[in-house]
Design a protein around this ligand. Structure first.
Ligand code: CAA
Length: 259
């Protein structure tokens, strides 16, 4: 693949891949090409055995200021239905490996929704999150009315979606939308640090654990518990389980191979 609007580095650090959105003049507005390139990059990285964790970032001024308003402005409902841009988001959601969003500046509309499609979020103190679609006569369409209330609760989500006002990184942290806020100079370094903590673990256990946590948002509790249990049992078929438990008993560090 030869992406034009994102930069993909499969070996940014050992076992850690980086995808950087690269439309700085448009504040990384997510047009169809950018979203397609992100989808294709994630698919490629998901299939790369050397990659264990993926970081998605933008630049200091903007993670992403939303779907590309200029691309959507003249469209009708049937055009939008045919383009079916959100099926790309569904593909992104299916990524098996953990994705960390490293966010600085604006994460708005589709940008905030992309953040919520990721699994963990490290933000710089300048980050701002919002669903401002209401201000341009529409509403969120890539999960903003669904993932936001699950993350921050109904009343805060309602306020963000109905007023379009942004929240600061500190507020996002307090509301549970993100994992941590750090100084701007280190937001990417901090995301890498978090990625390294995950990359050290068994990749199969990480994959099944991610899949199980996501079921908490998609299934009734009893079914989700049963799903979790099956994934738990399945891990006893891996060499990594034997290695992890033997290493504990032998008081040494485990070395996981993803087998
Ligand atoms: N789409 C297209 N272009 C965008 C954009 C977007 N979402 N956001 C910013 N840009 C462009 C601007 O048009 C501008 O381009 P020009 O220089 O060619 O005029 C450039 O990026 C810089 O932006 P500003 O001059 O506006 O910068 P600012 O610092 O004054 O303001 C901002 C920054 C508050 C983020 C403002 O740009 C803004 O409000 N952007 C739109 C945010 C928004 O409404 N996002 C939701 C989009 S709809 C959506 O996402 C639907 C969905 O659910 C998927």
């Amino acid at each position: 693949m030869n992406p034009e609007l994102i930069i993909v580095n499969p070996s940014y650090e050992e076992h850690i891949a980086l995808i950087q959105l690269n439309r700085p003049k448009e504040l990384n507005a997510l047009n169809l090409q950018v979203m397609g390139e992100i989808r294709d990059a994630l698919k490629m990285l998901d299939e790369d055995d050397n990659v264990r964790v993926i970081i998605i970032t933008g630049n200091e001024r903007a993670f992403a200021a939303g779907a590309d308003i200029k691309q959507m402005a003249g469209k009708g409902a049937i055009d939008m239905l045919k383009i079916d841009q959100f099926s790309t988001w569904d593909q992104i959601r299916k990524t098996k490996k953990p994705i960390i969003a490293a966010v600085s500046g604006f994460a708005l509309g589709g940008g905030c929704e992309l953040v919520m499609t990721c699994d963990m979020v490290v933000a710089s103190e300048t980050a701002q999150f919002g669903q401002p679609e209401i201000k341009i006569g529409i509403m969120p369409g890539a999960g903003g009315t669904q993932r936001l209330p699950r993350a921050v609760g109904k009343t805060r989500a309602m306020e963000m979606v109905l007023t379009g006002n942004f929240i600061s990184a500190e507020e996002a942290l307090k509301y549970g939308l993100i994992n941590k806020v750090v100084p701007t100079e280190v937001y990417l370094t901090e995301a890498v640090r978090m990625a390294k903590d995950i990359a050290r673990q068994s990749p199969i256990a990480v994959q099944l654990a991610k899949e199980s946590v996501l079921k908490a948002y998609e299934m009734p509790l009893q079914e989700a518990l049963s799903f979790e249990r099956k994934n738990f049992y399945m891990l006893f078929a891996t060499e990594d389980q034997k290695e992890g438990m033997n290493a504990f008993v032998e008081k040494r560090n485990a070395s996981f191979k993803g087998q």
